[in-house]
Design a protein around this ligand. Structure first.
Ligand code: S3P
Length: 171
């Protein structure tokens, strides 16, 4: 069974995923990082040069590949679970965890790293509103996760611990 992390940009999927994989001595796959490696381009460059639909195809291809593994930890991009085929692939042999956070917190975290690496936000006049709208659209998909963790007031180690505990109860 894979552990699959879903949630909005800035929810901490990559950082938490790395921690969970370390704790449980599992392989870690970060879908966006794998796409960047395979394409030799950043996600921002892919969006700019090839467009979002092309990015979504690459994302699906990478999810197909990553979910052939078992017993790994997978961090998805924020939009990935909203596609039916992606959801089927991820949930078939995956324990799905939603890292939930408020729009204010998400934006705070994204700004700390890099807003320019997030093509869906970079040119928006009001990124907080964009995050709020996206979250509203995506919540019904995210809410199908088997575990939901409120992350606004937790650090990476606490979140990783919660995931490892819940996962050990399931398996
Ligand atoms: C996206 C989130 C990004 C990346 C792409 C699209 C989204 O990943 O896949 O920019 O649709 O929310 P992170 O969630 O890791 O930032």
């Amino acid at each position: 069974m894979n552990i699959v992390l879903i949630g909005m940009m800035g929810s901490g999927k990559s950082a938490v995923g790395k921690k969970v994989a370390e704790r449980l001595r599992r392989a870690f796959y970060d879908i966006d990082a794998l796409i960047e490696k395979e394409e030799g381009q950043t996600i921002a460059q892919i969006f700019a040069q090839k467009g979002e639909p092309a990015f979504r195809n690459l994302e699906k291809k990478m999810i197909e590949q990553a979910t052939r593994n078992d017993g790994s930890v997978i961090a998805t991009g924020g939009g990935a679970p909203c596609d039916k085929e992606n959801w089927e692939l991820l949930s078939r042999n995956g324990f799905i965890v939603w890292l939930k956070a408020s729009p204010v917190k998400l934006l705070e975290r994204i700004k700390k790293k890099s807003l320019s690496a997030r093509p869906l936000l970079v040119d928006q006049r009001d990124p907080l509103q964009t995050i709020t709208d996206l979250l509203k659209k995506r919540e019904p998909f995210y809410a199908k996760a088997q575990q939901t963790i409120e992350t606004d007031r937790s650090d990476i180690n606490e979140i990783a611990e919660k995931i490892a505990m819940e996962f050990s109860k399931q398996s």
